[in-house]
Design a protein. Structure first.
Lengths: 181, 130
């Protein structure tokens, strides 16, 4: 468009029309382009942007959920860690208690075994004393019996030679008296 | 040989038949044995076996065995016989014997009764006491 044309439009239709003419604006083409552009925008909005926005929203939600989950996991981890520490502390305490109990039990068992050993030793000594006493009694009885036998043998040997006829008669009469009783 | 109750009962009856005034009559006993043998019954052997046992017991109960370390004087023998007769009644046979093992004293046995006043018995008692 030549500057002369633009000058002519300005002079006739005003300033805007003059500018439009200067820049080559065709109102019909411009309106059609605006309408077609609006239609394209509406179609894109409906079939592309909305889905993208939905997808972005989903991603955003997933990311938020992931962050929340991560925080939750972190909290769980912290909780688990604290529980672990608590369990370890309890286990330590319990282990110490068990060790103390085991020591006490071992001491008790040792004491009981000592008592048993002492009792067994006393029993053995008592039996030994009893056996010794029995042996002593038995030997004493045997000695007594042996001495008795020797006495009887000596008496038997001596008596036959000592007894006179009168003694024999007296003894016989004593037996005879037993019948009369 | 098994001696049945019946045989024992019959032997006891025969033994009672042989008693005369409470004493065993030897002649009757001989006659009884001869009669039983003569009958030849099957049970005669068990009967006579038990009869013999009863007679032996009777003889043991009516026999006094007097043992002494030395032979007893006659007067003492008579005294012993008199006392035995007084205690066990008449019909008692007394046998005197010498046993030097008795050392001293006298031992009299009548059936199951024993009167032991010997020195040997005293020594045995002393020995047992040890």
């Amino acid at each position: 468009m030549s500057p002369f044309i633009l000058l002519a439009a300005t002079q006739s239709d005003g300033q805007i029309a003059q500018i439009a003419r200067t820049f080559g604006v065709d109102w019909q083409h411009l309106g059609a382009q605006i309408i077609s552009f609006s239609i394209v925008c509406a179609v894109l909005y409906k079939f592309a942007y909305r889905r993208i926005l939905v997808m972005l929203e989903q991603r955003r939600q997933q990311i938020a959920m992931g962050i929340a989950n991560a925080e939750k996991i972190k909290a769980e981890l912290d909780k688990t860690e604290s529980q672990r520490l608590e369990v370890i502390a309890q286990a330590h305490t319990q282990g110490a208690r068990f060790i103390e109990e085991a020591r006490a039990a071992a001491a008790r068992v040792q004491q009981e075994e000592t008592k048993k050993a002492i009792a067994a030793a006393e029993q053995i000594m008592k039996k030994a004393y009893e056996a010794a006493a029995q042996d002593h009694d038995r030997m004493l009885a045997e000695l007594k019996r042996e001495v008795g036998n020797l006495v009887v043998q000596a008496t038997t040997t001596v008596t036959g030679k000592i007894l006179t006829a009168e003694d024999q008669r007296r003894l016989a009469e004593e037996t005879s008296k037993q019948i009369a009783v | 040989m098994k001696i049945t109750k019946k045989a024992k009962r019959e032997a006891k009856q025969l033994y009672r038949f042989c008693l005369l005034k409470g004493l065993l009559d030897e002649n009757r006993a001989r006659q009884v044995v001869q009669r039983v043998v003569a009958t030849g019954e099957r049970d005669c052997l068990p009967i006579l076996t038990h009869f013999l046992r009863l007679v032996k017991l009777d003889r043991a109960q009516h026999t006094a065995t007097v043992e002494s370390a030395t032979l007893l004087p006659a007067d003492l023998q008579t005294k012993v016989q008199t006392e035995l007769a007084h205690r066990y009644g008449l019909g008692l046979t007394t046998a005197f014997a010498q046993r030097t093992e008795l050392i001293g004293g006298m031992r009299i046995q009548v059936g199951c009764d024993v009167y032991d006043g010997s020195v040997r018995a005293g020594l045995e008692a002393l020995k047992k006491s040890f």
